[in-house]
Design a protein around this ligand. Structure first.
Ligand SMILES: NC(=O)c1ccc[n+]([C@@H]2O[C@H](COP(=O)([O-])OP(=O)(O)OC[C@H]3O[C@@H](n4cnc5c(N)ncnc54)[C@H](O)[C@@H]3O)[C@@H](O)[C@H]2O)c1
Ligand SMILES: [Zn+2]
Length: 631
């Protein structure tokens, strides 16, 4: 069977929701690996709009959503530390998601007293090439975002920089002109991506590839050289579609979206980054297939946190090869505001979600806002845009949702999906710890078959014998504000056994934990403590996160040094500060007699330099500093 035929079958299974979580994850990992290697087995459209959304809905904590995907890895050279961390970008697939990002920008702006109207936005075409970092001396692949491979050979082969603008401009992308690819290369290379990948491979260059380099059709484009749209946030909101269309047409390279970013420095510092992307930046990718669909009815569904989600039953509609009968709205605020009721008409985009999401309501109808929880009949309450059931401890939907979430986040077992958990609930199981106390005969007595019961016992054993990260285990309890990212950060500061005794002040003193989050975390930890203690008996095989202080004390020559950053850096100040702290340095804001090093970027004021000289502080250029910390 051809790869295409296999893909077709898998795609149908995904759209129908027939593929198991594990198989779906495995297929996404496979497609991703093939793509990173320069040999994609499915189209980006399918990857972005069919497979990845399905995976996100089923396994939101999968590593594909957490870390920068290694790119340009398969080289024999040793990996070298990148002069600056290269992150991926967050993605938005609808105007609604862009709106959410704008709300986050506005909230952060308010936090630092920056007037919302003065948020400046830059938009650039998102190049669909091969990412690289050029520090002037070497060219690196993105690698895992921290360490990449040295692929300077591409420049040795004659590759030129876009606009003849010279080396050393930081991050960019190796690309091929679209028009050139069509006329000269499309016969020999299936996708531009195969071609771009071939340019950096270690083996000798293909003749046509060398010609494309000589013709200056293959180029390295530093992002700072890209044409841009720039304006205030208000303009972006008013003319979003026009701007997107304009930016998409700006260059003769393959473009798979538009990158939006806020440019106010203070705002960028305030928002920072997580492990995968900068929060002040987002890539918008558009889905072409849309349909207008009539809503037959809207029913409330209760999630594990008590949030009520409106689910719309639709007039069956064929969209990109799948019949869609149901879609979820984001929250009841949308139902109320946009009039999502029986008889309304919505816009639906093609999506791999088993239950696709509603983009917008095109034609409204009278709505029905439920007064009581459909699962436990407790009266519902509004919390901002969300309708909530606050009967957390007793609401069946929430109790079931929490147990299901636990196994999903552990992600090292199979079998404890919603159907199994619902059946366990029917037989009196309310807590994770009760599940671990079950044995084969108890399962058979509940009506599971002999073989199923054996398998469930096997999977249960696997869940605590197979190794998982300690932050994943903690996140599985599903506390508010304690997703995997926050759990990992917490466990970098304190060991798992210590976290239950932390005070509010101790948590809010950790980098990245605001006071409100800290409060919710203290409460959340107390609420799970008893359950956590019981589960200790099962000796989960946990991989212990290394404490930041251990990492720092372990060696580095710069440990304990006091440093000051000044001037415009190539690297992100935020990332550099974090890195310095991890190595045990103290980052200060002004130079004194106690400062060890002044790290300078460009445009440094004479005052700072004078001061440093006066105190005898060593002045180090950014790139030299990067070399020092790489040792
Ligand atoms: N076809 C497949 O099987 C398959 C598999 C995996 C991934 N993909 C594709 O790869 C994408 C995901 O990869 P990712 O997470 O590495 O993200 P990404 O590579 O799509 O986006 C992040 C990168 O965009 C680059 N970039 C391009 N133009 C830019 C600009 N103007 N400004 C800033 N950065 C710019 C940067 O190098 C950055 O690292 C998917 O959206 C999909 O299209 C396809
Ligand atoms: Zn309820």
């Amino acid at each position: 069977m051809s790869q295409q035929a296999i893909n077709q079958i898998i795609r149908q299974e995904v759209l129908a929701g027939d593929l198991s979580d594990q198989d779906l994850a495995q297929f996404c990992e496979l497609a991703n690996a093939a793509y990173r290697d320069g040999n994609p087995i499915i189209t980006d459209q399918d990857y972005d709009f069919v497979y990845l959304p399905a995976l996100k809905q089923r396994l939101p904590e999968h590593s594909l959503f957490q870390v920068v995907e290694p790119e340009g890895q398969g080289f024999s050279e040793e990996k070298v530390l990148l002069p600056e961390a290269m992150l991926s970008t967050d993605k938005a697939y609808s105007w609604h998601e862009i709106q959410k990002w704008i709300e986050r920008l506005e909230k952060s702006a308010t936090d630092i007293n920056l007037a919302i109207q003065s948020i400046q936005i830059k938009a650039t075409p998102k190049l669909d090439g091969f990412a690289g970092f050029d520090d002037g001396a070497r060219l690196y692949t993105r690698g895992d975002g921290k360490k990449g491979s040295d692929i300077s050979r591409v420049f040795a082969r004659g590759l030129q920089v876009y606009n003849d603008s010279g080396r050393g401009q930081g991050a960019g992308e190796i690309v091929i002109k679209q028009s050139y690819f069509q006329t000269h290369l499309a016969d020999s290379f299936e996708y531009p991506r195969n071609f771009q990948a071939s340019l950096i491979k270690e083996k000798a260059l293909d003749k046509k590839a060398q010609q494309a380099i000589n013709d200056k059709a293959a180029l390295f484009v530093p992002f700072v050289q890209l044409p841009t749209w720039q304006g205030e946030i208000g303009e972006l909101i008013e003319q979003f579609e026009t701007i997107v269309a304009e930016v998409l047409a700006m260059v003769d390279f393959d473009v798979d979206g538009v990158v939006f970013e806020a440019t106010n420095e203070a705002l960028k510092t305030q928002m920072g980054a997580n492990r995968k992307f900068h929060r002040w930046q987002i890539a918008f990718k558009e889905n072409k297939d849309k349909a207008q669909v009539k809503v037959l009815s809207v029913t409330p569904q209760v999630g594990r946190t008590g949030k009520i989600t409106p689910v719309a039953e639709l007039e069956p509609t064929l969209l990109s090869g799948a019949t869609i009968v149901r879609a979820t709205g984001h929250h009841y605020g949308l139902v109320k505001e946009q009039g999502l009721g029986a008889g309304s008409v919505i816009e639906l985009t093609r999506s791999g979600l088993v239950i696709p999401k509603i983009n917008q309501v095109l034609q409204s109808a009278p709505v029905d806002i439920p007064a009581i929880c459909p699962s436990c009949t407790a009266p519902l309450q509004w919390e901002a845009d969300f309708l909530m059931c606050v009967n957390h401890a007793l609401c069946p939907a929430q109790v079931i949702g929490k147990m299901e979430y636990f196994f999903k986040i552990l992600a090292n077992n199979d079998g404890f999906g919603i159907a199994t958990i619902e059946k366990l609930y029917e037989h009196g199981i309310r807590k994770i710890s009760q599940i671990y106390q079950l044995d084969h005969s108890a399962l058979v007595a509940m009506g599971f078959g002999d073989k199923t019961s054996k398998n469930l016992m096997h999977q249960l054993r696997r869940s605590h014998t197979e190794q998982i990260e300690d932050w994943r285990f903690l996140a599985a309890f599903g506390m508010a504000r304690m997703g995997t990212g926050n759990c990992e950060n917490l466990l970098k500061a304190y060991a798992l056994k210590e976290v239950f005794d932390l005070s509010l002040a101790e948590i809010s003193a950790i980098d990245g934990f605001a006071e409100l989050s800290a409060k919710m975390i203290v409460v959340g930890l107390q609420a799970i403590r008893a359950e956590f203690d019981v589960l200790q008996h099962y000796q989960f095989n946990l991989e212990i996160t290394r404490l930041d202080t251990d990492i720092a004390q372990s060696s580095h020559a710069l440990f304990g040094k006091k440093i000051v950053f000044t001037g415009k850096m190539i690297g992100s100040r935020e990332v550099m500060k974090k890195q310095a702290k991890t190595l045990g340095m103290q980052v200060l804001s002004s130079v004194t007699g106690k400062t060890n090093y002044l790290i300078i970027g460009e445009n440094v004021g004479p005052k700072k330099i004078e001061n440093a000289q006066k105190f005898g502080v060593e002045i180090v250029k950014e790139l030299d500093y990067m070399a020092m910390i790489a040792q």
